[in-house]
Design a protein around this ligand. Structure first.
Ligand SMILES: [Zn+2]
Ligand SMILES: [Zn+2]
Length: 347
């Protein structure tokens, strides 16, 4: 039984992995329902519904990346209440725990990376760092160290407190009902089709992209800023997770609002573009950026040498191809796979 207190070193030595079967069952159910969403995408969904699925995926990701991560957890910029409200709505649509809990887990991850106290410790392998950590009891050190993290600044925000207080009804409305009913109300899609595409398939896809930051971006890639830590610059993750794959930089300078050395003009980083857009209208401000000479000195001192940097044009080309993966996969599927299925059934 995991207790919310410090464990002695003897207790830590006897720690045994305990699978939470309820979570395993829920995760299996989610993935089966996402596969059914793929079937609907190929066979019966309207094109507007597929575009809506993509749209809900992007905005829910922004709630986590620009909201829970860069704003509330790292305080890398400030936001006026209308933007904080929008980000909290988007973050609820992502269903990756409420903002308070998300920030606590992430602060523990940064402070105790690659130790037993790291909730998704990548030393325990790709699968554990990716999603296995959600399928078993937390290591006692995660709870012990998590309880020592100062979260008062996050709790000070009334939007965070209200979201946590009403999290379950908010999730039912924002995560499930709104994406299910908007396609029904606007272009007469069936609620059944909308639910399995705009909710379960969209949710599963965004979850895996976010999990790749903890797994792939901690195991594969270059370390141009600090070669003595595990997090890496992972190109695929920087596109799939909208600018969160510059992970060696992010763990070296976590207070940088771009979570990367460069802004969105010089490399693919849609979450930075999102924040910069809101700074234009004054809703985002005090964006923190690490001075270039500090970055250069750090690279010189601790970074891997001769790391290749892609030109912005190539970066954006790859970025668009990979970020738009759900749209062109749906297009290719409808063009090739759907006729084959129809032929197999009706010939
Ligand atoms: Zn990390
Ligand atoms: Zn972070």
């Amino acid at each position: 039984m995991i207790k919310n207190e410090m464990y002695s070193s003897d207790e830590q030595k006897t720690y045994n992995l305990k699978i939470v079967w309820r979570n395993v069952f829920l995760m299996c159910f989610l993935h089966i329902s996402a596969l059914y969403g793929v079937w609907i995408t190929l066979m019966t969904a309207k094109w507007q519904t597929i575009y809506a699925m993509y749209f809900f995926g992007i905005v829910s990701a922004m709630g986590v990346l620009a909201g829970a991560h860069r704003l509330w957890c790292h305080r890398s910029y400030k936001a006026k209440w209308p933007l904080r409200l929008i980000l909290a709505i988007f973050e609820t649509m992502a269903l990756q725990n409420d903002i308070y809990e998300w920030c606590r887990d992430h602060r523990v991850h940064h402070k105790y990376s690659e130790t037993d106290a790291d909730p998704h410790n990548s030393n325990r392998g790709f699968f554990f760092a990716h999603m296995g950590w959600l399928l078993c009891r937390k290591h006692p050190e995660v709870i012990a160290k998590g309880s020592t993290i100062d979260m008062s600044d996050v709790w000070d925000d009334p939007i965070v407190r209200y979201q946590r207080k009403f999290y379950i009804p908010l999730v039912i409305i924002i995560w499930a009902a709104i994406p299910s009913y908007i396609p029904f109300l606007l272009w007469n899609e069936s609620v059944w089709n909308s639910f399995f595409t705009c909710v379960t398939l969209r949710y599963t896809f965004v979850l895996h992209n976010a999990w790749l930051v903890n797994s792939a971006a901690h195991l594969y890639g270059s370390r141009p800023y600090n070669q003595y830590i595990q997090p890496r610059e992972n190109r695929a993750v920087q596109y799939l997770a909208h600018g969160e794959g510059y992970h060696n930089y992010h763990h070296t300078f976590p207070w940088d609002y771009s979570a990367s050395e460069l802004g969105w003009k010089d490399n693919f980083n849609s979450a930075t573009l999102f924040i910069d857009f809101f700074s234009l209208i004054g809703w985002a401000y005090d964006r923190k950026k690490v001075p270039q000479n500090v970055v250069n000195q750090r690279q010189e001192r601790t970074g891997e040498k001769n790391v290749h940097r892609m030109s912005p044009l190539m970066d954006y080309s790859y970025g668009f191809v990979i970020t738009l993966v759900p749209i062109w996969l749906a297009f290719l599927g409808r063009l090739i796979v759907t006729p084959l299925i129809l032929y197999a059934f009706y010939s």
